[in-house]
Ligand binder design. Sequence first.
Ligand code: SF4
Length: 716
Amino acid sequence: MGRKNVTCTFCDNLCSLAANTRDDCVSLRPANPEILQICPKAHMWEEYQQHELRITKPLKNVGKRGEGIWEEVSWNTVLDEIAEKLQGVIAKWGAEAIGISECAINHGFGGITRRFMNCIGTPNYIAPQHLCMGNTAQVHRATYGWYTTANWDKADVIVYFGQNRGSELWPGEYFKLKSALKRGAALIEIDPKTTETASLADHHLRIRYGTDTALLLSWINVVINENLYDEKFVAENTYGFDDLKKRVQIYTPQWAEKACGINAETIRLTARIYAGAKAAIIPWGVVGDMQKNSTSMLRCQCILRAICGYINVSELVFGPATGFITNSELAGFDLLSNEQKAKQLGTENYPLFTFKGGSHYEAALHEVGIDHYPDILGCSCMAHPPTLFAAMREEEPYAVKAFFAVANNTIMSYANQQGIVDAFMNQELVVAFENVMSPTAQLADYVLPGDMWAERDVLGPQLDVAPVVTFSEHIACPVEECKDWYYVVKGLADRLGLSEQFPWQDSHALHDYRLGKLDETWNESPGTVIPLTPAAFGKFLTPTGKVELRSTVLESLGYDPLPYYLEHGEEGVDESEYPFVIFAGYRERPNYNTCLRHIKALRQRQSEPLLFINPSHKDEYDLEEESWVKVSTTLGSIELMAHLDDTQPPGTLRIPHGWWKPEQPQGLSADLSKATQHNDGVLFSDADWNLDKEQGVVNLRGGVRAKIEVLKTQRT
Ligand code: SF4
């Protein structure tokens, strides 16, 4: 019997598990004894690994794009052909004509894709973190110079914006929440809907969708005007307090009551509870990442943590970790010329995310001896996804003609799905690195069979947000010809004359190089988490060296340096024709984003995409439980099965994220296995009117309007 440490990446909770092997049987349990149970998804790894839909050989599309006439080819042939086509695109269109969308946690290699891109000369990298935690990271960085992490061990007040945690939804945090509540911590949950977590709250504020920023601004108003802030911390560590004080005077609780539908007295009461705590926390949650006012909402959260004195008490601001080759160092951003960096798509319209935004921290970093480009969440210098897709589609401001979807179901992971499909159709080369024939892979010229988490040795984490080195060991061998992502990168790099920049023969040699600074090797490694020392500078890594309540970075990029509130909404839309407000991106427990829908036991728990709607609309629409409903916005329509739920606010619709049916026929003529029939990305525009001003993140959480029609039968 042997024990191994593995990290499950079936969802972004990245649970650390202990795998015990006896007589070829592997049993999994949480590595941390405080986590009482493992969620059932991890136990499905063998079914996932051996599934009949698993891609096990490199495939080449020999028909038209989207027709899906596949021919098996060897790895050598596929890498030769891709390398040759890449050279052709670079020669004809320039290196910037190559775009990549990647989810590094899915393949286990942080930094290596950026290194490859930096070496070939393209800045056009995107990642789904644009809509999930990555934009939070940019705002934390603009305020504190780095990311804040909630210290659950101390928390006596917890503020959640729509988080619904459970043993299958971020179980690590769920058990921390339960234990905090047990020792007497108070929970304030801000969520229009009653959920499992909301029902545990001391104060559940059923806010109007998409108006969280209005509530937060009025909390700051109360905290400042009632002198509830930490004067010493503000005086010694912050920049711009007087400007902030002036700005929030208009955002009174009475004003906020009208904007967000929460009683002014409740706003005052909850602001006092937050400010009066010893160690309050506002943990990260995705709701803030998908709104019209995202940047202002996240700025308000950052400001509250600081002025109430919780920074480095219950909200820990680490600096870049030292002692290990981080993902950012491996990426080697200095390998990309300034001329190519300046071509990054999004630099002009939404620069906070891009190299241009990142350049504002360089002086502060150099002052403390950091000479590489620390990339908190694998995206601190990425292109703007809608601008990249537009360049692929319309060839403006220049053409992007080759695209890699790396462990990422790109067409379903961003807004304006049809626009992304059109972008793919205008490419000279599309490559997908995948486990199953996702709707994105169905549009590729080459599909490369990737390994899965149980089959690989992973040195991580893949994002530099946590100052630790983690180890995840394989518990099975890759099936047939599945390979790890480094094999692909190395194979292409060698063919493109970049061997010097990729001297590591395989993933273990790469791991040993990264562990070298710690005097460890993969084979001799302890196999458990090694905590790294975050650099302690005695200052914040912002341009002023302070917590910037007034952001000099936003200001120099041409934006309002203080938080504000904009009413969301679609200009010119007739609200009588589109009477519902939609909230999308809802995650169901038996799957994760667009993944796992082919796993039988999970699919049985959630067989169809459910539309949550209040039963008060039943008679008006002749609606029953399980009626099929067509939901339409001004951009597109999808079909969902109605679930009547009286905790869903009347006049609103909740839409699940990422639905397709892997068992259904493939290809464009078959609706990409029903992705075009069910996925929420069909409904949401990625045009400027629906984007957050500063970061260009798509508003999915209130503001977009919809109409419904009950269908007699489901379209098949
Ligand atoms: S919550 Fe479940 S699916 Fe997600 S990482 Fe943990 S075990 Fe895996």
